[in-house]
Structures are given as C-alpha cells and as structure tokens.
Design a protein around this ligand. Structure first.
Ligand code: SAH
Length: 221
C-alpha cells in the first residue's frame, strides 16, 4: 500500500503537534494515529489538507472529524486489545480504522450507503479485516453484537439514547456529543455495577445524529 514519505512526515508532525502536544499520552493510541493514512479517507480534492488541524467535507453533507477530536474520543474509550467496539457514524471510515488498530473487533453503522461503500474500499485496501460496516440507523445501536466495551457516537444526539447505554458491557464506556447546532458537549458515560457514571468533557461541533433517537429538524447549516 502506497504511503508517500511526505504523508508519513505530515502525519508525524500532526501526531507530535496536534495530538501529543495537546496532552494525549497513550502510546498505543499515538502509534495508531501514526499508522492510519488519513489522506486515503478524504476526497482527492482535499488530500493536501488531510493532516491539517480541522474537519474536512467527505460528501453527503458530512465531515471527517478533526484529528485531535478523533484522538480525544478514542482516548476516552480506554480500549483494550481484546475489546469489541461499536461506532455510530462511519462517515469516511477514518475513526473506525483508528479503532481497528486498538480493539479486537469494530462494528460501525452509517446511514448513507455511498459512504459505507467508500469506507469499505479503503478498509480492504489497508487490510483492516476486523471492521464490519453496516448501513442503517445507528441511533438504535447494533443489539445483535452487544455487549460492547466501547461505543463511540460521531454525530450529535439530542440526548443520550438509553438503548446505547443498554448495549454497554459492565465497565464499558459510551462517548457521545450531546446537543444541537447552538452548542454540544462531549460526554463520557461509564457502566458501573448498578449505575452509570458520567462526565462532561469538552464543547464540540458535530453534524446531527438522525434516525429514531436523533434530530428530526433541519439544522441551519
Ligand atoms: N466518524 C466519521 C465522521 C462521521 S460524521 C469519520 O471518521 O469520518 C457523522 C456521520 O454520522 C455522518 O456520516 C452521518 O451520515 C452519520 N449519521 C448520522 N446519523 C446517523 C444514524 N442515525 N445512523 C447512522 N449514521 C448516522
């Protein structure tokens, strides 16, 4: 698989400056961010910006998240090598590829079939055979493969869907942006024996989660 030296170098500088430089210290995660060629997940038109410090358009009105946000959300999941993880909002597939380097199995659900198709091509190209991509409404989770040690939602939900909490294993972690176009908070929910512990992490800006437990209205952008 072609990985041009200038891309490797740009990625090194992204990991050092944007990721490690902002406090992410998990060595497995830093290695995963160095290993995944982000430029293959963005449209050719934007490839020269693949390692820049921001989100980029990927088609269907959707975006690939800023690299630091991908790292932060992944860090909050605290994944172990034997874990099974669910992502909602495959988009470009980049976040799923990072998860695939850190967990045993990744399930990822996307509402737009065209994005699933594109992402699957890149997974195959990279030999990532532990990712299962599904077209559908991920706001219901994916109960047939539950429980998950981690669930990552990469679109903003009006509230935390109980169905997602129900699909967490004991000790499992849900990371989800909650809010609308006026503002969102990244939240971390951890399943303890008889309760859920939750933390507000940071203000973020994601596209809306749709589907049964998502937003029904149009956002003004
Ligand atoms: N994780 C992606 C970024 C995703 S952007 C990446 O690494 O590139 C959010 C994605 O969530 C969009 O592709 C959008 O189509 C999808 N989405 C929104 N609501 C959804 C739902 N209910 N089920 C599945 N996917 C959904």
């Amino acid at each position: 698989m072609e990985d041009p030296p200038q891309m490797v170098e740009q990625r090194r500088s992204m990991v050092a400056g944007q990721i490690r430089g902002r406090g992410i210290r998990d060595v497995r995660l830093l290695e995963a961010m160095q290993a995944v060629p982000r430029h293959l997940f963005v449209p050719p038109f934007y490839q020269h910006l693949a390692y820049s410090d921001g989100p980029l358009p990927i088609g269907e009105g959707q975006t690939i998240s800023q690299p630091y946000i991908v790292a932060l959300m992944t860090d909050l999941l605290d994944l172990q090598a034997e874990d099974s993880v669910l992502e909602i909002g495959t988009g470009s597939g980049y976040q799923a590829a990072v998860l695939a380097k850190l967990a045993r199995q990744v399930y990822t659900v996307e509402q737009h079939p065209s994005l699933v198709e594109k992402a699957e091509k890149v997974f195959a190209e990279l030999g990532l055979d532990n990712i299962t991509a599904v077209t559908g409404d991920g706001s219901n989770g994916l109960p047939e493969h539950a429980p998950y040690q981690g669930i990552l939602v990469t679109a903003a939900a009006p509230h935390v869907p109980q169905v997602l909490l129900d699909q967490l294993d004991e000790g499992g972690v849900l990371v989800i942006p909650v809010g609308g176009y006026r503002g969102q908070m990244l939240e971390q929910w951890i399943r303890r024996v008889e309760r859920f512990e939750h933390h507000a992490i940071a203000p973020v800006a994601f596209v809306p989660l749709r589907g049964d437990y998502g937003w029904k209205n149009d956002w003004p952008y």
